[in-house]
Write a protein that binds this ligand. Structure first.
Ligand SMILES: *[C@@H]1O[C@H](CO)[C@@H](O)[C@H](O)[C@H]1NC(C)=O
Ligand SMILES: *[C@@H]1O[C@H](CO)[C@@H](O)[C@H](O)[C@H]1NC(C)=O
Length: 259
């Protein structure tokens, strides 16, 4: 057996490994008609592709019956509420049942930059009777979304759990008003899945010539106007590409050295 065919085999196995662990939340939820509304809304809000680009991830799935109470909400509200049901970690039934205390979980809503206080976090708790309950992590929120069962689990990749009711976005307590000195949790890098408002454009210099002359020394256009919000998806795509490039160059290296 020639070394080149061994290398070809090596190349194939490695590249297959890199791509075989991809999952598709749409296909996972499609296996059960009970989640068709939830599934459809995940696609409409583009949350499905965000889920597919991340791991580990856990989706708290809601039945059509629960989703029927959503129909009157605005698309933006629906997206925010659904993103509170996407946990940025792998949590399966075994992990939940073995909890000693309650656990605070970070959701995709937290990385939207719109969550205040604890709004972007949810809490899970195991009751004495073994039930697992979920709710908002905002202080005083009720935990009443009960774990029903596991829909799918691919360890450290994706877990989909069916819960009994949706977790509402609770108002942040009034003792932490917006703009207080408490710093908001920083946004993790690479979370460009949300659209942000454009920063205000600098005032036109022609509108008030006299005042403009007087304030020219102090007035400066907002420097944030240069911020680029078009990096969406680049980090998600470049990581596997980099890994792929690494494999190619490794193979190239071995072929050059050994062949
Ligand atoms: C996931 O599956 C759906 C339906 O089969 C398809 O439309 C979509 O393109 C897939 N997404 C990815 C990232 O493969
Ligand atoms: C922003 O993105 C555009 C194109 O996507 C690019 O031409 C421009 O140089 C970028 N600006 C910054 C500040 O990165």
């Amino acid at each position: 057996m020639s070394s080149s065919s061994a290398l070809t085999l090596f190349f194939f196995c490695t590249s297959t490994f890199l791509y075989a662990n991809a999952f598709n939340i749409t296909n996972i939820l499609n296996l059960n008609n009970e989640f068709s509304t939830f599934n459809k809304l995940l696609s409409q809000t583009q949350l499905a592709s965000t889920i597919n680009s991340r791991k580990p991830i856990t989706v708290l799935a809601l039945s059509n019956e629960v989703m029927s109470s959503f129909s009157d909400q605005s698309p933006a509200n629906i997206k925010n509420t659904l993103s509170l049901h996407i946990v940025l970690d792998y949590i399966d039934v075994t992990k939940l049942k073995s909890l000693k205390n309650s656990v605070i979980l970070t959701t995709l809503f937290q990385s939207s930059g719109q969550a205040k206080g604890q709004q972007g976090f949810i809490k899970a708790n195991v009751m004495k009777n073994g039930d697992v309950l979920f709710g908002s992590a905002v202080h005083g929120a009720i935990l009443d979304a009960k774990l029903i069962d596991s829909v799918t689990s691919q360890p450290n990749e994706i877990s989909v759990l069916h819960i009994s009711s949706y977790i509402p976005i609770m108002n942040a307590p009034s003792d932490t008003p917006y703009g207080s000195s408490t710093p908001l949790p920083s946004q993790p890098p690479g979370d460009d899945d949300y659209e942000y408002d454009e920063p205000p454009s600098p005032p036109s210099s022609t509108t008030k010539p006299v005042v403009a002359a007087a304030t020219a020394a102090t007035a400066k256009p907002p420097s944030s106007a240069k911020d680029n919000s078009t990096t969406s998806g680049v980090s998600a795509i470049s990581t596997p590409n980099l890994a792929f490039a690494f494999v190619i160059s490794s193979v190239w290296f071995f072929m050059t050295v050994w062949w």
